[in-house]
Each structure stands twice: as C-alpha cells, then as structure tokens.
Design a protein around this ligand. Structure first.
Ligand SMILES: CCCCCCCCCCCCC/C=C/[C@@H](O)[C@H](COP(=O)(O)O)NC(=O)CCCCCCCCCCCCCCC
Ligand SMILES: Nc1ncnc2c1ncn2[C@@H]1O[C@H](COP(=O)(O)OP(=O)(O)O)[C@@H](O)[C@H]1O
Ligand SMILES: [Ca+2]
Length: 586
C-alpha cells in the first residue's frame, strides 16, 4: 500500500496539521499543540464521500469559492439518533489549505485514486424510482433537496423516474435495458421497495433461465444492489437494515457502496409464485389491519394506527393449520436475546454455508410437494387451532412504531425466518402482546405466543372448511366451541404423521377478570373464527392457502446493518479514539 501513501503539512483554518493518506485511512493531526492535547482525526477511506478543489459547501446549498491552494474533503460523520436504534450519519466537511497548487493537486488526485481502488462497490450509475405518493408525499422533495446534491458530489450519475402508476418500477426492471447500472434506488416505502424487489428478482431468474413458480428451485442472487431512501409509511426495510429513518444517512450508505445481504421469502400457491416478502407475511390481525387501512389511504401513515385500533376492537380470531420446517436450533434461536448488528457473526457463518458449501436445497422442499419422495431431510411440524395472528418475518421488521420489531433477534441474512404464532386469547392479553412491541419487554414471553425459527412454512384453512364457510371480516355467528383444542404434530417429510400433544385453547379470561371487566368478557366470548387475508409487506394476497420458503441472501442492499452504539466511544466531538468520526453526545 506504500504507493498510496502521501504525507505533508496542511492547514485547517489557521492550524498547521500533519496529514497522512494511506490506502485505508486519511488522518490529520494538529502539530503545534503540546503532545498531550494532540488530536488525530482519522477518516477511513471507505467513508470519504468526495473531494473538491477550492472551498466548497454542499448542504443545504452548494457554495463554491474557487481557490488555487485549497481543497475540501467530505466524509461520513456519526451522530446520536434520538430514539432510534441505529446511528445517524451526517456529511462531515473539512477544508484544507496547501503551500502550493501542485501539492493541492497531488492531494486531490491521490485521494480520488485511493477512493477508486479501495472502495470497489461504490456505484457509478444508479437507476432511481421515486413514488410521489408514498408516505407524506414528500419523495420528490427529499430526493432533490437531500439526495441528488450528494450523488453529484460523489460523481454518481443517476437516471431518475418519477412513477406515474403502481408497478411501473417493477415492470421497468423486468423489461428495460439495465446495462451500465450498478444499482437501483427507490424513494418511497416498503411497497415501493417491494416493487424493486420483484422486478430485480424476476429479471435475474429470467436471465438465468430459472422458473420462479417452482418453490424447490434455488434462485439466483441479484447482482444489482438496492438502495432505499425512506419516504413511505412504515419504512420497515430501511429501519431494520440501517437503524434509522433518515434520507441523508441512507444516501451516504448508497454513495460509499455499503453492502448488506438480505433474506427473501417466496410465497407460492398451487405451484405458482404469488409474491416475495422481506418484512412481514402476516395472517389474521395484520391482514385485517391492511384491508381496513387500504380504505383510509388518505390518512397517510396514520391509517395503520387507526385501522389497528379498529381491528383490535373487533376482537377476531382466525382458524388455520400451520406447518413449519424448523431451522437448525444449534445455530441460533429467536429467543436467544441477541441482535443482528452490523458485521453479525450468525449471518457471516451463513454466507459461508450458502455460497462456499453449495448443496442442492431442492431435496428439502420437493418432499413436501411430492408425496412419493423418499427424502427425509428436516421434519415438518404441524399445529392447528384459532389464532389472533400468524406472522412470518425473515428479519426483525423493526420500524419507528416498534423499534425492536416483530422478532427482535431475527437475522437479516441467515437464511431463516421467524414464525410467530399468537393463539386466540382474551383482548387484554392480545393488547399486552401488541403493546410489548413498543418497548423492550419480551412479546414472546406470554403463554399464548410461540416463536419458531424456520426455513419454510405452509398455511391452510382447517380441512373441510372452504373459504365460504367463514365470515369475511369480523361477523359473529355463534359461540366458540367450549371444548376446542389445538394439536401439535410432527410429520416426517416422507409423509407419515405422529401426534405429539394436545392442549386446550389458551388465554381465556379468569373468573376474576370476567367479574372485574364485563366489557372485555363481552368482547371475548362471542366470536366464531373469521377469515382473514395475508398481508405480504403491505400487499393483500389473493390466496389463503400458501407455501412459503426463505431464500438466504437473495438480494443485497446499500446498507451495513444496524451499527452498535455501545461499540462507539461516547465523545462529544471528532474523536481520535474511534476508527470513525463520531459526534455522539456524552
Ligand atoms: C398498542 C400499540 C401497538 C403497537 C403494535 C405495533 C406492532 C408493529 C409491528 C410492525 C411490523 C411492521 C412490518 C412491516 C410491514 C410493512 O411492510 C407494511 C407496508 O408498509 P408501507 O405502507 O410503508 O408500504 N406495513 C404494514 O403492513 C403495517 C402494519 C402496521 C400494523 C400496525 C398496527 C398498529 C396497531 C395499533 C393497535 C392499537 C390497539 C389499541 C387498542 C385501544
Ligand atoms: N405513481 C404511483 N401512483 C400510485 N401508486 C404508486 C405509484 N408509484 C408507486 N405506487 C404504489 O404505491 C404503493 C405504496 O407505496 P409506498 O412507497 O410503499 O408508500 P407507503 O409506505 O405510504 O405505502 C406501492 O405499492 C407502489 O406500488
Ligand atoms: Ca433471516
């Protein structure tokens, strides 16, 4: 790396500094200070955003003062982020003065060369889709005032498309020429991200000659990276992969070419692909919340709180049979209280398994489709009963509404998902479950909740009951069968079934609770199970019977996972102890 090294005196304001550029870091230290006060500021080359000749400002407005001996370096600077779990990134800026123009040019050229050679994933050309109607309808403004100036500074050229209809971005990615693009950026919410996801996965499989409808196929990972500039309602994918909802932070992750692999869940019905999901595939409560919220789109992001309250008050439960293929319990567990953070070791181990130790996963799933198959890898579990909700998430699905998410210990890229089963319970119990999502209290530590780390899931309505036998949303048509039971079974994948246990419906009100709260009793005792829909990352699915499977690391985002705040020093300004520039508050 010695050829990349450059060292000289530079001035920052009226202070003389010794500046050193190696292949990995750009450091400057004030030289005239007494030894103990000496402070080195060190910026990893990977986090340099851009270098400009002269004295330059970019945000909030571009101001350039052209001079011969000055240059300005822009880089990532961290700051604490209020209530969110991750770190906010800001644009750090330092102006340097040199003794001569020749030295100035040497610094700017060398910095640019090092950037090119040591940050291979930085994008040069991006395809940007803006949903002008997402969230609070600020997508266009956010892109043009915050993101575009930074892309220009970083020398990224972008082709911008403001969408005029739903699915335009998906169709573009499926059909149009994508030559020369390094990545695709969506400015919008989870729905917009989902369009990009479908477009890119579909395009990649088309080009690889693979059939997406076959659930046993090992899908081809997408080469183009996806960037998300949050401008939606839930923004769960952004929050769960970056830790904050902040367009500037996300733009900086895109510029420096961060890379975060992400698991994707495919959803099939009757041997055809229905959709892909990354955040939440939810039946019951979340399905009904989505159905209700679509009627109130005009409320913007608040529609979910309003609809959530309405659906909660309607107090429904939903019957179903859930089958799941557990993941290896030795690798991790949804209740191990760990969190998937930047550089997560569970995800790294899974990268090795997925890509260096190639095995044909089709045998795992084919057994479930072909009853004649003799494959016996994995053992399917079966449960049946009445649920408040059944959710599958292949990441934590944290969002501002729920800072730790649906499954706080889920991993972004471990090739598994977490299946959360909330059995029918009394209204107070279910409220407790929901409310725990807003705090650090464990939502799985309730007697009517189960969570399983899984590789695949199947759901269907109880046998003999067609959809027509249920009331679509919330009608009450008689009492719950008093002696109702749920059953837990295992099924070896060659088809034989083995009965394991039988337990009564959980979560009924105790007599004391009934006396104390006749309203709740009235709410809870009069409904028969209802029929719901699947909420797949904010889209309603047209089928209730589904098969779903997790595809490890199918796409890559311009992100790096949530940075651990504790791992950074708590310094009040630029800090020589950190490898990074941080401005965390004490
Ligand atoms: C009492 C407080 C309860 C708070 C419960 C919070 C649970 C939050 C779980 C969030 C999981 C998010 C998964 C992400 C899904 C998104 O892909 C997807 C699409 O997003 P987009 O519109 O940005 O495109 N979003 C959604 O489907 C929204 C799901 C949101 C559910 C929120 C439910 C709020 C419930 C409020 C219940 C209040 C009961 C009060 C009783 C008096
Ligand atoms: N120009 C458009 N007009 C109408 N719908 C659109 C347009 N562009 C995208 N969409 C759709 O809008 C839906 C919601 O978008 P999203 O950006 O996720 O916002 P929100 O988070 O508020 O739901 C997505 O499913 C997307 O397909
Ligand atoms: Ca996962």
């Amino acid at each position: 790396m010695e050829t990349d090294r450059l060292e000289s005196s530079l001035w920052v304001g009226n202070k003389r500094c010794r500046a050193v550029l190696t292949g990995w870091h750009f450091n400057w230290t004030e030289v005239d200070k007494k030894n103990r006060d000496k402070k080195t500021i060190s910026v990893p080359v990977a986090e340099v955003v851009g270098v400009e000749e002269g004295r330059v400002e970019i945000l909030p407005q571009k101001v350039v003062v052209e001079t011969d001996k000055d240059f300005t370096v822009f880089y990532v600077k961290r700051s604490s982020s209020g209530g969110s779990s991750g770190l906010l990134w800001r644009l750090g800026r330092t102006q340097f003065s040199c003794l001569s123009r020749v030295l100035r040019d040497q610094w700017t050229n060398q910095l640019r060369t090092v950037l090119k050679t040591h940050s291979p994933l930085r994008p040069h050309k991006l395809l940007v889709f803006i949903n002008p109607f997402g969230g609070k309808r600020k997508g266009r403004k956010i892109y043009h005032s915050v993101v575009a100036p930074l892309f220009e500074l970083a020398g990224i050229s972008s082709h911008v498309i403001v969408t005029e209809r739903a699915n335009q971005a998906r169709d573009h990615l499926l059909k149009k020429d994508l030559t020369g693009f390094d990545g695709v950026v969506c400015v919008g919410g989870d729905g917009m991200f989902s369009e990009i996801l479908h477009g890119l996965i579909g395009r990649t499989q088309q080009e690889a000659g693979l059939c997406e409808n076959d659930p046993s196929v090992t899908l081809q990972p997408c080469l183009l990276h996806i960037g998300i500039i949050p401008a939606g309602s839930t923004d769960c994918v952004c929050y769960a992969t970056v830790g904050v909802i902040d367009p500037l932070t996300s733009a900086l992750h895109i510029i420096i070419g961060d890379s975060q692999p992400l698991d994707v869940c495919s959803v099939h019905h009757a041997s055809a692909l229905v959709r892909y999901s990354v955040s939440m595939l939810g039946y019951g409560f979340y399905g009904d919340v989505l159905t209700e919220s679509e009627k109130h789109r005009w409320m913007g992001p608040l529609r979910y709180d309003y609809s959530g309250t309405m659906v909660y008050l309607s107090n429904r439960s939903y019957a179903g049979i859930v089958q799941y293929l557990p993941a290896d319990p030795l690798l991790s567990s949804p209740r191990d209280k760990t969190r998937c953070l930047s550089g997560c070791s569970v995800c790294s181990r899974s990268t090795e398994k997925l890509f260096h130790h190639f095995s044909d996963s089709s045998s795992l799933y084919s057994s479930h489709f072909s009853q004649y198959s003799s494959e016996t890898e994995g053992e399917w579990m079966t449960v049946e009963g009445n649920f408040r909700c059944v959710s599958l998430t292949c990441m934590s699905s944290s969002c501002p509404r729920s800072p730790l998410g649906l499954s706080p210990s889920a991993h972004l890229a471990d090739g598994t998902g977490d299946l959360i089963l909330v059995w029918d319970t009394n209204p107070l119990g279910f409220l407790k479950f929901l409310y725990r999502h807003t705090s650090t209290q464990d939502q799985f530590d309730l007697p009517f909740v189960e969570v399983h780390r899984v590789k695949a899931v199947r759901f269907c309505l109880p046998s003999g009951k067609g959809e027509e036998q249920y009331e679509k949303t919330g009608g009450s048509s008689g009492g719950v069968d008093e002696g109702e039971t749920k059953s837990v079974e295992t099924e070896s994948s060659n088809g034989s079934q083995q009965h394991l246990a039988e337990t009564g419906t959980r979560g009924e009100l105790t007599n004391e609770e009934k006396t104390a709260n006749p309203f709740l009793c009235g709410l809870c005792c009069s409904k028969s199970p209802a029929l719901s829909v699947w909420n797949c990352d904010g889209e309603i699915l047209p089928f209730t019977d589904i098969f779903s499977r997790i595809h490890g690391q199918l796409v890559h985002l311009y992100a790096r996972g949530i940075e651990d705040r504790e791992a950074l020093h708590s310094c009040s300004e630029e800090c020589d102890k950190c490898e990074r520039i941080c401005i965390l508050q004490k």
